[in-house]
Ligand binder design. Structure first.
Ligand SMILES: [Cu+2]
Length: 238
C-alpha cells in the first residue's frame, strides 16, 4: 500500500482528517516505543502566588503542563519562527511513580510549550497511562492529523513485559479518539506520515485548558509529496 499524503491538510485548524493508514502488523520498527507516555491526567496542584488559596489545579502529560503559545505552532514551524516552542517534550514521565496504586497525593508539573518531534513516516506507539492522583477520571484522548490503531487496553498500571503479549495486531480498531479507562491504560499506534504539528489532548475541554495536551511535530520527508503544504493565500494575518 502506498503511503498517502493528504493534500487537503487544514492550515491552522483543528479539523481531523479521515485518511488512509497503512497497517502492517508484522513490522517491528517502532521508532517510538516510549512507555508510558502518561497523561498524568491527574489534576496536580501547583503553587500559585496570585491564587486565592496559593495553589492552582493543573493537568499534564509526563509532568508537563502544556502552555498554549500566542503564535500558532504550525505557523511557527512552517515559517521558521523561533522561540515559540521547544522540542524537548519528555517521552516518559519525568518523575515515575505508582500511577494507579498508592502513589503520591499530589505531583507538581512544569509548565512549557513543548513538542515531541517525529521523523517523517515514523511508526509510533504510545502507551497512555491514566492515574489516580487527586481525581481519577476517564479521559477521552484525541489525536489530530492521523487516525490511530488501538492495540491494547487494560486497568491498573501498564505492564511492559506482559501486556504486549495480549496486543491485538490482527484487527485493531481505528479511531481518532479513545477514552482511557479510569486508572487504566491504552496503547495506540500510528504512522507519522502527515508533516506538520498535531495536538493530542484530552477532549474534556476544561482538561485541555488545564494543560492536558502534547503536540507532535512531524518533520518533512524527502519525497516530492512528503512536505508540509503552504498556507492558503487568504490565511488571516491576525
Ligand atoms: Cu481529561
Amino acid at each position: 500500500m502506498a503511503m498517502s499524503r493528504v493534500s487537503t491538510m487544514v492550515w491552522l485548524a483543528s479539523s481531523d482528517l479521515r485518511r488512509e493508514m497503512c497497517w502492517t502488523p508484522a513490522i517491528n520498527d517502532w521508532a517510538l516505543c516510549k512507555q508510558p507516555l502518561c497523561p498524568c491526567i491527574a489534576t496536580p496542584l501547583n503553587p500559585c502566588s496570585t491564587c486565592v488559596n496559593g495553589s492552582r489545579l493543573v493537568a499534564g502529560i509526563n509532568n508537563v503542563t502544556f502552555v498554549m503559545p500566542t503564535t500558532a505552532l504550525l505557523q511557527a514551524h512552517y515559517f521558521n519562527i523561533s522561540g515559540v516552542s521547544t522540542d524537548d517534550f519528555p517521552g516518559n514521565p519525568v518523575t515515575p511513580y505508582n500511577y494507579t496504586g498508592n502513589g503520591p497525593t499530589n505531583i507538581q508539573t512544569r509548565s512549557g510549550t513543548k513538542v515531541y518531534r517525529l521523523a517523517y513516516n515514523s511508526t509510533v506507539q504510545v502507551v497512555i497511562q491514566g492515574n489516580a492522583v487527586i481525581a481519577p477520571e476517564s479521559h477521552p484522548i484525541h489525536l489530530h492529523g492521523s487516525n490511530f490503531f488501538v492495540v491494547g487496553k487494560g486497568l491498573g498500571n501498564y505492564d511492559p513485559m506482559n501486556d504486549p503479549k495480549k496486543f491485538n495486531l490482527v484487527d485493531p480498531v481505528e479511531r481518532n479518539t479513545l477514552t482511557v479507562p479510569t486508572v487504566g491504560w491504552i496503547v495506540i499506534r500510528f504512522r507519522a506520515d502527515n508533516p506538520g504539528v498535531w495536538f493530542m489532548h484530552c477532549h474534556l475541554e476544561v482538561h485541555t485548558t488545564w494543560g492536558l495536551k502534547i503536540a507532535f511535530l512531524v518533520d518533512n520527508g524527502n519525497g516530492p509529496n512528503e512536505s508540509i503544504i503552504p498556507p492558503p493565500k487568504d490565511l488571516p494575518t491576525c
